[in-house]
Write a protein that binds this ligand. Sequence first.
Ligand SMILES: N[C@@H](CCC(=O)N[C@@H](CS)C(=O)NCC(=O)O)C(=O)O
Length: 200
Amino acid sequence: MPVLYNSMISGNCYKVRLLAAHLGVELELREVSVTDRSDRPELLGALNPSLRVPTLVLDDGRPLGESGAILWYLGEGTRFVPADRYARAQVLQWMFFEQYEHEPAIAVARFLIAYSGLEREQYEKRLPRLHADGERALAAMERHLEGRAFFVGDEMTLADIALYAYTHCAEEGGFDLAPFPAVRSWLARVAAEPGHIPIP
Ligand SMILES: N[C@@H](CCC(=O)N[C@@H](CS)C(=O)NCC(=O)O)C(=O)O
């Protein structure tokens, strides 16, 4: 069974657990702290040069880092990756968007506020920029989702899984989703898909 170096509070790890649940792929979870990083070199040094989770280790021992790469590895050949070349590129468009425009703002604000254990005055100065960047990403999602059920085509793809992970818990990062009704409807649609699991 593949091993997932995992954190239950990490949205990046949740993406992998969510896809695995939809696909019926069993994973052995090894929990890694995202606040105490002192054991990262011993745990992950030989597996992932960035020393981050998620890191997946395949049955044959080959390791794979980066949530998007792991989603692609598990998802290729399944209903979560379209057959059409252009649609596949659109899935990647939204996965790259998630990593550059969305996660660095929304996930970081959420981590600082809800999980870092830091006093607010230690990170408060960073919040206006993170909130402005995150709101810009949410506005882009809102524009795209108006009149659409999912990010690419009519079915859920890896793009939805990648973007769902930190959007559904954005309020923990101080984001108000009220101005984004299409995003909220899409969140409900993703959560209603058979096989869905919470973060938890
Ligand atoms: N781009 C990476 C980001 C991974 C990442 O930031 N992982 C966090 C947990 S969500 C982590 O390991 N944080 C602790 C650290 O940076 O040492 C991905 O998508 O997998």
